[in-house]
Design a protein around this ligand. Structure first.
Ligand SMILES: NC(=O)c1ccc[n+]([C@@H]2O[C@H](COP(=O)([O-])OP(=O)(O)OC[C@H]3O[C@@H](n4cnc5c(N)ncnc54)[C@H](OP(=O)(O)O)[C@@H]3O)[C@@H](O)[C@H]2O)c1
Length: 333
């Protein structure tokens, strides 16, 4: 990181098809001057999230990312200087820093974080990924011991934690992921009971073999055809936690929605509920305490995929969308 310039990655054009390096540009900007109520941040780690791509489509739970602006993204940063009460130089915070070395951000948009070693855990298991897995599974999926839980994008940052928490809760856990290596890793290293390689085709049949008693909770990270394959295999009164739809983010959406909606939801009395992790932040302390306990006791393994260099951020996001990552992908700035 340079001490005098502020390297920034701009989204120069909104993609209409697949995201490509040409949609981004690296430029040398100025280090901003914080205004009243703001702090100057030095960004340490940038979170790579499937949602970064979804934000390019338009406004979601946040405003859209616009062309010719610094690419938005969450990050862990240190306060360099402060014009805001309650934050001082050296404090560590999480916020939308964007893809750059330095950012001036209103203090009210930042979350002050405890000093944790390694700092990367603040973006993975103790960050949005871990909290999304925790709340989505426990508050929406509501798994009971002995039930079967299926999770898609199972080797990713959210999915790998969902499956492990479901095991801690005494469930049979099936992960759906792309490729034999990822599937072997889920069963041999993370303790999943079975894994389905969706790139091998025949997801419906493979899932039936992996979940012979049917599915009680489906944690859906992907939507599309995998959701369609899960729906008929849900047990009566099953719960589907709609976390995201990564199969729809990078490129044109599929021509049809999953078949079985709403027929199978009616007949099987399913609950299908979307959620945004921020909805549960009033319960954050309890969640973090549970996650810390499981990590400390070795019941929850933390998988991180740290890539060096701000300049590599576009390629790292494109790679995440293509399934390069295992666990939480981030950039060390
Ligand atoms: N609701 C919330 O509050 C909230 C918060 C955070 C994240 N999310 C959602 O959580 C999900 C996971 O996001 P993440 O950022 O943690 O990413 P991630 O799981 O770490 O990485 C994304 C993974 O998705 C898989 N994937 C890509 N295209 C796919 C496709 N067409 N079909 C099936 N799998 C595909 C890839 O693995 P494979 O090799 O297995 O294909 C890739 O590694 C996303 O849907 C995201 O929007 C929601």
């Amino acid at each position: 990181m340079s001490g005098t310039i502020n390297r920034q990655i701009l989204l120069v054009e909104k993609p209409t098809g697949k995201l490509a390096p040409a949609h981004f540009k690296l430029r040398d900007g100025a280090i901003p001057e914080p205004r009243d109520g703001e702090v100057l941040l030095r960004v340490r780690y940038i979170s790579l999230d499937a949602a970064n791509r979804a934000w390019m489509h338009g406004a979601t739970y946040r405003s859209a990312v616009e062309a010719n602006s610094v690419m938005a993204g969450g990050g862990i940063a240190e306060v360099v200087s402060s014009k805001a009460a309650g934050l001082a130089p050296g404090d560590v915070v999480f916020g939308d820093t964007g893809w750059q070395d330095y950012a001036a951000v209103p203090a009210r948009h930042l979350t002050r974080l405890p000093k944790v070693e390694p700092m990367t855990h603040l973006l993975s298991v103790f960050g949005i990924a871990g909290l999304t897995a925790y709340f989505g599974l426990l508050e929406i999926g509501k798994p009971k011991a002995g039930e079967t839980v299926v999770v898609s994008a199972a080797a990713g940052s959210v999915g790998s934690i969902v499956g492990q928490i479901a095991k801690i809760k005494g469930c049979r856990v099936v992960g759906i992921a792309g490729g034999k290596d990822k599937c072997d890793w889920l069963t041999s290293d993370l303790g999943f009971d079975a894994a389905v390689d969706y790139k091998d085709g025949a997801v419906f049949k493979a899932l039936r073999a992996a979940a012979p008693k049917g599915v009680d909770v489906y944690f859906d990270n992907v939507g599309g055809d995998i959701l369609e394959a899960c729906l008929p295999q849900m047990n009566n009164y099953g719960r589907i936690a709609c976390c995201g739809a990564i199969s729809q983010y990078d490129g044109a959406p599929s021509a049809h929605g999953p078949r079985g909606v709403p027929g199978l939801i009616v007949v099987k009395r399913l609950v299908m509920q979307g959620f945004i992790v921020m909805d549960f932040m009033d319960q954050r302390d309890k969640a973090i305490a549970d996650l810390q306990g499981w990590v400390g006791s070795g019941k929850l393994k933390v998988q991180e995929d740290v890539i060096d260099g701000l300049e590599n951020t576009p390629a790292a996001l494109i790679g995440l969308l293509a399934g390069e990552n295992r666990g939480k992908r981030m950039i060390r700035v």
